[in-house]
Design a protein around this ligand. Structure first.
Ligand code: HEM
Ligand code: HEM
Length: 143
């Protein structure tokens, strides 16, 4: 039962991340492509973004815990754990820049762009984790 917590939690976080990215995309179109009728759901983006990034971080720790319970070892899942380690600085950057832009409001171009690019890359990596994670379930956990 315990082994399912990590895959289910992270899969939900990946789905929610796609929606948060969509909200950010609306902002991107308004800010950089001059689409005047694109309305950015600021508060929703911030709230759901925080939930996604916190869940991904907690999920990282729960994944390590599950590996320890199953195998008494960690860092044995190849690309899955390596990409997870790569995600950590991106999560910190996305959260740090997001919190800053939300609390110190100003007209900006470069920082939102850096925030958006880093987080878009994070979502891509999270989708890859879905793929590698399902393979781990099939070949290392359920077999
Ligand atoms: C999965 C997580 C996230 C994704 C994929 C994401 C993506 C994006 C994207 C693509 C933009 C548009 C950037 C631009 O216009 O150049 C944006 C803007 C923004 N994001 Fe996020 N974001 C995430 C998490 C967060 C979090 C956790 C916060 C706050 C704590 C946050 C706060 C903001 C704010 C305030 C803006 C507007 C900045 C501005 O235009 O001045 N985001 N985000
Ligand atoms: C999206 C972000 C994700 C992150 C940051 C992440 C992170 C991790 C980490 C750090 C481990 C420990 C690996 C090791 O010690 O070698 C792990 C294990 C694992 N992950 Fe993920 N993961 C993510 C998503 C997923 C998803 C979506 C699935 C499946 C649908 C999944 C399935 C697994 C499985 C089955 C294990 C082995 C745990 C066990 O022993 O039962 N992961 N993950």
């Amino acid at each position: 039962m315990l082994m399912w917590i990590h895959p289910i939690l992270q899969t939900l976080a990946v789905c929610l991340a796609l929606y948060v990215l969509y909200l950010g995309w609306v902002r991107f179109r308004a800010a950089h492509l001059g689409e005047e009728n694109a309305v950015f759901a600021w508060k929703r983006h911030v709230l759901l973004g925080k939930i996604v990034l916190t869940t991904l971080s907690l999920g990282f720790i729960i994944g390590l815990g599950a590996a320890w319970l199953d195998w008494k070892r960690v860092f044995i899942t190849g690309h899955h754990y390596k990409v997870a380690l790569l995600m950590l600085p991106l999560i910190a950057f996305g959260l740090g820049t997001g919190l800053f832009m939300d609390s110190v409001k100003a007209k900006r171009t470069a920082l939102p762009l850096a925030h958006g690019c880093a987080n878009a890359l994070l979502v891509l990596l999270a989708l890859y984790q879905l793929y590698t994670g399902i393979n781990i379930l099939r070949h290392m956990v359920l077999s």
